[in-house]
Design a protein around this ligand. Structure first.
Ligand code: AMP
Ligand code: MG
Length: 471
């Protein structure tokens, strides 16, 4: 298998990573490959199905030109500082410049221990690999910046989590795997040379329009604000917005106990480890600003006049809530078919969300129904819905239908469906996974007969309210 590697991270100062080969596994078996993504990366899509692919994506065979390494980073986990994290179960194989001119990382996750593994086994379980594959590809299909899934393999080895599970590796693709925590790692060590090299690398790679750390901060804040607004518009809950899980390129990364809401409630939390709801749906914007404050803090040591930088960077972070509010208004405005939403429309949007929360209306299906003209069926309190609908009809734009069709997916990877495919996967049946993947990667297409079951909200018996990061 030929992968046209062109590695740049491996040229950075040695303290930023550790050269690290994946640990071979017993019996690699391909369970999913992404031919369309392979083509963008300059990999022959036919080779993705060939005998070598399982070996390559399991980490058993290192393709020519790869320079495998584990990246160092730190991070705030649930608000607590951890100076030493890093790729504990992942290796970066290398980078490729795609047919679209964009540079991307190819990383194997679940590829064995590294110097950053701490007490972990360096492995990933099949369930979380399936979840990441499905959700990241669904996010891409819905137009949300995200890492993507290139391939997944089972390893033929078991891993021990709450229970024993088949082990798996996911090959994922990102604009880079550089995180807020990567900056924090060197800032905390006082390693200004590495911090400067990292900053230069990130500017050249992701923000070439930035002329220094201040501009980088502004641009990263703007991208992250848009990203979180996009999550909000889909009812997506990331679940672990630790600073080590915040991509500097502004992509959704590190799909762990993430999930999409069924019934709308702003305080919804899925992650079993998020006891206090730090990363609940409605807290995501505030946590986003908190994360950017940590990024700003990590950039301060690069500045000549630190006092002035603190003033400037504080102002930049304080602009994030406003940017997010604006992005949110546009996201939800589009969901309601408002071409040019104004401040006055906030009440219209919030009143709908209030009704939905009171009623436990299904988030995705309410907006999908509105896109067809009427969400009455989604409500128990139909009278209240009717009153709101009257207001909305007076306000929505002439081209509302077209705007709404692009803003409101009819199929998302619902938690109970993901869980169902994982249960089948654990018994060796990947058919439900592929059927769900096919459905969620066409989120805006009409609901043909075979797709209807993926749009249906879970019944009480089917509801899955807890997710696990599976680390
Ligand atoms: P995560 O919660 O997956 O974002 O991981 C947080 C940190 O723990 C990262 O440094 C991971 O590399 C590390 N980690 C998670 N799971 C494992 C594992 N099974 N083995 C080694 N390191 C892990
Ligand atoms: Mg992580």
């Amino acid at each position: 298998m030929h992968i046209p590697f062109d590695n740049t991270y491996a040229q950075l100062p040695a303290q930023m990573f550790t050269p690290q080969l994946p640990t071979p596994v017993e019996a690699p078996h391909l369970i999913a490959t992404n031919a369309e993504l392979a083509a963008i990366l300059g990999i022959d899509p036919a080779a993705m199905k060939g005998p070598e692919a399982a070996q390559v994506f399991a980490g058993n065979r290192i393709p020519d030109g790869a320079a495998p390494l584990a990246q160092a980073y730190a991070g705030h986990q649930f608000g607590n500082w951890n100076p030493q994290l890093g790729d504990g179960r992942a290796v970066l194989l290398g980078e490729v410049v795609g047919t679209d001119g964009l540079r991307r990382d190819i990383q194997l996750k679940g590829s064995g221990p590294t110097p950053y593994s701490r007490r972990g086994d360096g492995r990933a379980a099949l369930g979380p690999v399936m979840r990441e594959y499905l959700v990241s590809e669904a996010m891409f299909a819905m137009g949300v910046p995200t890492t993507r899934a290139l391939a997944a393999v089972t390893t033929g080895e078991d891993v021990t989590r709450e229970t024993r599970q088949p082990g798996a590796v996911i090959a994922r693709v990102a604009q880079s795997h550089i995180r807020v925590g990567t900056f924090q790692f060197f800032a905390a060590k006082g390693d200004i040379a590495a911090l400067q090299a990292l900053t230069d690398h990130v500017i050249a790679r992701h923000y070439p329009e930035a002329d220094g750390p201040a501009a980088l901060l502004d641009l990263a804040i703007a991208r992250y604000a848009k990203l979180i607004a996009a999550w909000m518009g889909l009812g997506f809950i990331h679940g672990v917005m630790n600073t080590d899980n915040v991509s500097i390129a502004g992509e959704t990364i590190d799909y762990g106990p993430c999930a999409f809401m069924d019934a709308f409630h702003p305080e919804t939390v899925f992650s079993a480890i998020d006891q206090f709801g730090r990363y609940a749906y409605a807290n995501q914007p505030g946590i986003g600003a908190w994360n950017m404050a940590q990024f700003a803090t990590a950039l301060i040591p690069l500045m000549q006049d630190r006092e002035q930088a603190i003033t400037e960077f504080t102002a930049a972070v304080h602009r994030m809530p406003g940017l997010l509010e604006t992005a949110w208004l546009h996201v939800f405005g589009a969901k309601l078919g408002l071409a040019n939403p104004t401040e006055d429309d906030r009440a219209l949007i919030n009143d709908l969300l209030d009704l939905m929360a009171k009623d436990g209306a299904d988030f995705t299906n309410t907006f999908a129904a509105l896109a067809k003209g009427d969400a009455r069926d989604q409500f128990v309190n139909r009278a209240a819905c009717d009153v709101w609908t009257q207001r909305w009809r007076l306000r929505r734009s002439g081209d509302a239908a077209a705007i709404m069709a692009r803003a409101n997916p009819v199929i998302i990877p619902r938690n109970h469906r993901i869980e169902e495919t994982i249960q089948a996967g654990l018994t060796g049946d990947m058919k439900p996974f592929h059927a769900l993947l096919a459905a969620v990667t066409k989120p805006f297409d009409p609901l043909t007969t075979d797709r209807k079951k993926y749009a249906r909200a879970p019944s009480k018996d089917e509801l899955v309210t807890r997710t696990f990061c599976g680390t």
